[in-house]
Ligand binder design. Sequence first.
Ligand SMILES: Cc1cc2nc3c(=O)[nH]c(=O)nc-3n(C[C@H](O)[C@H](O)[C@H](O)COP(=O)(O)O)c2cc1C
Length: 350
Amino acid sequence: MMTIFTRLSVLASILLIQVGCGPDALAPLAPDVPEEAQKEIPDENDGGGEEPGSGTPAGKTLVVYYSFTGNCKSLATALAGYAEADVLEIQPAVGGLDYAANNYAIGSSLIAAIREKPNDATSYPAIKAVDRNAADYGTILIVTPLWWSNMAAIMQSYLFKEGSKMKDKRVGLIVSSASSGISSVVADARRLVPDAQWLGEALWINNSNRSQGEELVKAWWNGLSKSDNKMPNEIKITVSGKSLPVKIEDNVATKALVAALREAAITYEAHDYGGFEKVGGIGRTLPSSDSQMTTQAGDVILYSGDQIVLFYGSNSWSYTRIGKMQYGTLDELKSFLHAGEGNISVTLSL
Ligand SMILES: Cc1cc2nc3c(=O)[nH]c(=O)nc-3n(C[C@H](O)[C@H](O)[C@H](O)COP(=O)(O)O)c2cc1C
């Protein structure tokens, strides 16, 4: 037997495809859906059945969830167990509302208000104060229901308020729906938490795979752990609000640097030296494997284990190579580094 929501949402998906994602798509729906339509429910992006691996990503982890009918609560509880995470439940300030009553009338109007003015704080329903600070965590895992193709309004309220605290943090997403696809929820998450390092693909739990929900959550988490342990090819350098990618080497220094950046970005002050470099102490010592070399503009180098040098000229010394900034012209590199103009604040991040 299809639930009423499966029936409604299959038709809703069809309507949404036809008319787009505007509030019109929330018009009352006919109750009956032919059996064929049920077969069209997309089932990609369902976790992919990867074998559980070992180990967990580094950093303190927070699972944040909202749940109206309990599905996300069980997923979040299971996930928190696998990830050894703290848990934060988001709750609406006004309790006891039935978001599904009268053909989902309250839920529909909350979503419609956000769609109409997504940048306006008054579009978001009030939520209770939270007792965990996202800024204290390296990894944040969001578990949310889908409402009318979008992220449930209550979770959107939380992310609208707190999403900026997740800048440069590792953020993952699990979405539970009856049957509707989750691409608009993923887009909501990207909009509300624009500067996160997103962890893998979002996991989609729906009525057709809900009975394996806990195993899918476990496989998703372990899959993230595996890819998380891979060395990235690049890190990012940010100066005065502008960023450049740095192609990095795979050596003891970069391995330690990446591990540190998985916990938090590193910001340090650098000064001009010798008319060819910006150099500064990063407040920690990385393992080095120094060798004599002649550097070139764009090189990112570890000097004496605890200083990072950004070259806009050349020097010969015994260093450990971190990588190379991917810049356009030499003038652009010099302008990015404020070459010869004194101290700058440099942020290294993943
Ligand atoms: C207001 C509201 C709107 C919903 N809209 C949809 C929808 O458009 N498509 C869908 O497949 N499920 C929809 N659902 C169902 C939920 O996404 C689904 O039941 C989810 O698992 C609920 O999670 P929870 O039990 O943690 O609240 C909606 C539920 C509510 C309350």
